[in-house]
Structures are given as structure tokens and as C-alpha cells.
Design a protein around this ligand. Sequence first.
Ligand code: WT7
Length: 649
Amino acid sequence: MSDAHGHDEWVVRPASAQDGANCSAEDYAALYSRSLDDTDAFWAEQAERLDWITVPSTIADWSFDPVRIKWFEDGALNICHNAVDRHVEAGRGDALALIFEPDDPAGEVRRITYAELKAEVIRMANTLKKLGVGKGDRVTIYMPMVPEGAYAMLACARIGAIHSVIFGGFSPEAIAGRVEDCRSDWIVTADEGLRGGKRIPLKANVDAALEKVPAKGVLVLRHTGGDITMREGRDHWYHELSDGVSAECPCEEMNAEDPLFILYTSGSTGKPKGVLHTTGGYAVWTETTFRYVFDYRPGEVYWCTADIGWVTGHSYIVYGPLLNGATALMFEGVPNYPDHDRFWAVCEKHKVNIFYTAPTAIRALMREGDSHVTKHDLSSLRLLGSVGEPINPEAWRWYHDTVGKGAIPVIDTWWQTETGGVMITTLPGAHDMKPGSAGKPFFGVCPQLVGNEGEVLEGAAAGNLCITRSWPGQARTVYGDHDRFVQTYFSTYKGKYFTGDGCRRDSDGYYWITGRVDDVINVSGHRMGTAEVESALVLHPKVSEAAVVGYPHDIKGQGIYCYVTLMEGDEPSDDLYSELRQWVRKEIGPIATPDHLHFTPALPKTRSGKIMRRILRKIAEDDYGALGDTSTLADPGVVESLIDGRQNR
Ligand code: WT7
């Protein structure tokens, strides 16, 4: 079936809503070619939108074999100046930078102009300095979704400190591991967070983490006013310590390749990696991608529902929007509190124009019925975005038809913590949309599909997604472990950046991400290393062995399925089942809570002792017909008993 534009039914182009878009199909073609043929000129031009203390004369300087990635190498700038002061100096101090919508819909909305943002960031920056924080120091930020979280990030950037934001849902164990890994002496937190009416004990979690690792100072924002303990000499109330600090704080001059932040993300092996982003390339990348991908127009209200604890919050709540002088909404709460219409109520209340969320939220809200959407006036919406995992066509349709009234574009955006910003997307105005496809490469991005033997696949094909050329926003290293960076991303296919994702390219050149091909699972748009969950499980005294895989989950995209072998003499029980779930939750955080535990006397292993995850994945998916070759198993009987265990659950 074709629509009025003669496209197949799954190709959608609401042209009316794209009128005036800053990039037409012709523009895209021309700019994309130029970004590859004349890379330096293209990025030098994009970089001109920022204020540089020293304008870079070298633009791209990179190699993937050996690995060496530098952009704007001899340039100097400060990203906080660019995101904040620059707009004030240009006479836009009265424009709104942030709108804060609290967890409680009756709570106080805060509207922060660029001039106010500058004053707040300076206050935070001088308070950090007062604590002793200096250029190059790592500062851990463990904050609720309140403007002070953004102030803390920008304040670090202002004084040249490296921020490491930890999502407020992570456990004390996880905090300790990250603080230790980057040897961060300073922590910025709040008494408590608020999510869906529940209090999150942020300061208590920090206290528990600091029993395991030392810290010189903890800066505490009073947010809920809840009871907490303050340790003399180490802990400081923000409102007290910031009292009387100077209203001036110069922006530190940073080399383009000076570190901006570390963000921990899960990999297929070992503990989370501290992905490091630097200043100049990240600034240019987030400024440019935000401008084109969201087609932002002055005065519009933009809302990304992510948390600043994830890269989406870094790039598309804080840096991308603010570098563009945009108005970004920060929401403290959750989609279903006080009711399932909260997202739409907030869109109506703040006349949101651009809305960016994750498929898992769309699926959860879709299930609650259309009335939650239709009772709100969503006529301000102009653009809808999706990120975090492949969006299934059904969810895409609902988002497009019910939320967008069939009249505005839905753009998908594929990227990763390591890519710093959007890599594959449908640009509004330029591309037709295909529900479920991430779209086409952004400027400067060279995707390549590679077969398992390393062969390059041309045309319509499916394979492992690699990127063959560097782009400004690319991560530079894994903090403190450059070998791991090289190993993880550049060794599977030599000379290429390997994303870890499987992908199909259709005959129109659209990319369709099929999911991770490594031992990473995607739970509600969040990356989880199966190895991390396994390590947490085997820490329990009754667990002898564990193997964790993902399986399809209606709402979360993937659920966490854990095969558990108990110690000799220990028996499975309902109590142990809940105890182990709680245990993982406590070790890592609520997002890692197993969805299903499968007790088994043994795991399928090869004769050399390697766990055959392929089989475990198939059984978790209830796909028993396709177990493939089991002849290399040390004990083929294990498989039957696993299938039995699955069917009797
Ligand atoms: C992984 C990266 C990008 C910020 C949020 C997640 C998956 C992400 C999409 C998308 C299909 C997607 C990939 C990727 N992913 N966006 N639009 N379509 N898959 O960042 O935690 O670093 O996870 O998320 O598997 O590798 P992250």
C-alpha cells in the first residue's frame, strides 16, 4: 500500500510539520558529501559557531590503527563559557535556559534564564574551588534531576575539573567502584532525591560508599529536607558553603583535547568502563547534532526525559541544548506519577515543542490507553524523538499517530555513550521516516557493515555495525586504561570502531539496528553488562555459578534472565529467589534487578569449560527448536534439564 506521496505504507513523511526545517534532502546530500570529502573545512565551519580562545588550525588528526584520536588539537576554549556566558554576552541573558518541573505536579516550577544560570554556575564553581577542587580533578556528581545537577556539571567544566556523573539509581557499591576507579576526591550530592513520590536516599548511599573509599569532601544540596547525617570536616551543606562566595569566576582556558567528563558504562566483560570525552570535539559535536537533529528554533521548549546520569542527559539535556541557547525542560519525576498522563500533562503545561524519550516509556504509556494522551492539548508539539533501543513499529505508530496526531515527525536517533552524540538519525525535513529504522548517517559518520570474518558488506545487507572514520564527538579513551579502549572498540575489526551492535542496511541506505551482538543487554534503554550481574550473583554465599542473558520483554525491550547454580547443599526456594533479586538490586541498583531466575544444577559448557550462552539465550527466549549444534557440550543432558526447568516455571 502506498500513501499520498507514493511511498510504501511504512514510509512516513508529514511534510507540513517539516516546513522550514533547517536541512532539506538536497542540503543533507550536499552537506554529507562535504563532511566526508572536505572534512576539515566542514568541521572548521561548524566549530565557528562557538567562541574559541584560540581558534584551532588543525581540525581532524586521527587513526584507528594505531588508535589516536584528536580534533581541534591546538584550539582552546571553555565549554561552560559557550553554553552559558556566550549567550548572556550576546544579549540573550533574559532567555530561558532551563525549566524545572518537580516530581510533585503541585510543586514549584523553576524558570532559570541564561543570566541566572550564569550566576548559579559561578556560585557552584566558586564553592567547588573553596573545597579545593582544581583543574584536572575528578568530581563525582550523584544528584537528583534538579537544576543544581546541571549547575554542578557546568561548574566543573568552568574550572576545568572533570565530572563523573553517576545515575541516582545506582547503589553504594556502584558509587564506590566508580569513585575509586577515577580517584575522585569530591562528591556533589543532595540529601535525597524524589521520584514518583518516593524518597531516594542519595546522601545515605554516598555515606555507605565512602565507608569503602575515601573522599576529601562532599557537597550536599538541601533538596527534600530529609534527615541525613553530616560528617564533620568532610560534608558541607551547599547553601552554607556557597554563602558569600564571589559572583565572579573566570572560565578556565582548556585545550580542545583536555578531558571534559568521564561517564561509566557497561561492557561485555568486567566492571563498567569510564568513557572519557574531551572538550572541543564534544562541544562541536553536541552543538551541531542538537541543531540539526532537533531542528531547534529560537524560543522553543525542548524536553528530553532522560536523566543527567546517562549520556543522553549529558549531551541532550545539558550541553547540546545550552550550547544552542535553547530552553531545556528538566523533569524530576517519572512517567506514571501521579498518573499515566504525566508526560502529556507536562507537555501541555509547559507548551513543549520538541519531545525526546525512550521506546520503553512509549510502550509502557501506550499500554495504559489513549485517553491519557487525548485529554491533553498537545498542539505545541512539533517534533518527537526516540533514543536508547530500537523502536518497534507498533510503538512508533502509536507515538506518531496518538501523541503526534499523525502530523509531526518522529525521529529515531541511534548513538552510544562512546559516540558522544547522535550518529544515525532521520533528519527532519531531509529524510522520510521508516518506523523501526534509525535512519541515515549524520554528517561525518561513516557506518560500515562487517561480516563475522571481517568482510565488508556492501549495499542491502546485515552485519556488525562499525564506523570507519573518526568524528569530533568520539570518546578518546577509557579513563586510566587505554589498552581496554583499544581492545574493546578497535581490535575486533582492525582499523574500525566496532559499536557492538548488529545492523541491517536496506536498499534505500537506511540503517536498522537489530540489537547488541555482544554480552551487553539493553534494559529499558539502559546498558547492562551480563558479566556485572553475574559477578553480583556469585558474591552471594549460596550461589556457585551464574550466567545471565537478555530475553525479549514487552516493556523493557530486554529483560534480565539469570541462570543460577547453587552451592552444594543449598536448595532453591521462593525465599532464596526473592533474596537473590534483592541482592543484585542492592549490589548494582534497581535497574539491574533480575526479571527471572532459573535455578539449575548445571550450566551448559563446552569441554573446555566455556559457558554456551547461545543456548542459554535461546532457552530464555523459549526458542527450543533452534538450539543449534550442541555436540561440543561436555554434558548434553544439561540442555534437556534446562528446557524442563524453563517449561515448569
Ligand atoms: C546502545 C548504547 C544513545 C544514548 C542512550 C543509550 C542501543 C541506542 C538506539 C536506537 C537502536 C539503540 C544500541 C547502542 N541504542 N539508541 N535509536 N536504536 N538501538 O546509550 O547506554 O551507551 O547504549 O543502545 O544497542 O549500542 P548507551
